[in-house]
Design a protein around this ligand. Structure first.
Ligand code: RB5
Length: 159
């Protein structure tokens, strides 16, 4: 497998399955990303939706976020029209850090600075090639740790 992102995640010897979910607003982009991931050698766990028919994004994002929260997958990709509702839903889970990105630099930063385990994409606002750049950045970038580790640990301090 000659793929940087695959090599990065696989150094932990874990199954490389990327979980993905969207509502209708992200369905076409989800289909595109799913096929690209398969072409690159990833396994994909597709939590739906499976058409352009209008649905409620929490119905599809909750099951994926629960699976990430429970440690079933290392990385997830979620989409809705804006990326906001999907991100808000996923971030209800204690072990989830879902970051919204609109460009490659933001997708890098949610890994480097925030140790995000879910990437949220705005299916109606970015081009497919930009979306794929973001997926590659998200999967291929490590957490920097250091000062960011303390900050990330403080996210859970809601006392
Ligand atoms: C659906 O119309 C839209 O509201 C949804 O995809 C998302 O953008 C919500 O945050």
């Amino acid at each position: 497998m000659n793929n940087f992102a695959y090599n990065f995640i696989n150094k932990q010897n874990m199954t490389i399955t990327i979980a993905i979910a969207s509502d209708h607003g992200g369905f076409e982009m989800k289909s595109f990303i799913k096929q690209k991931l398969i072409d690159k050698g990833y396994e994909v766990a597709d939590y739906g939706t499976n058409s352009n028919e209008s649905v409620d994004y929490p119905d599809y994002i909750h099951p994926l976020a629960k699976a990430i929260n429970d440690g079933k997958y290392l990385r997830g990709i979620i989409l809705c029209g804006s990326g906001n509702g999907a991100q808000m839903t996923a971030n209800k889970y204690a072990n989830v850090r879902a970051g919204l990105a609109w460009n490659k630099e933001q997708a890098l930063l949610i890994r480097q600075h925030n140790n995000a385990n879910i990437l949220s994409l705005p299916g109606r606002f970015v081009d497919f090639d930009v979306a794929w750049e973001m997926v590659e950045a998200f999967l291929g970038t490590d957490f920097e740790g250091g000062r960011h580790a303390l900050r990330v640990s403080k996210i859970a301090d809601i006392n």
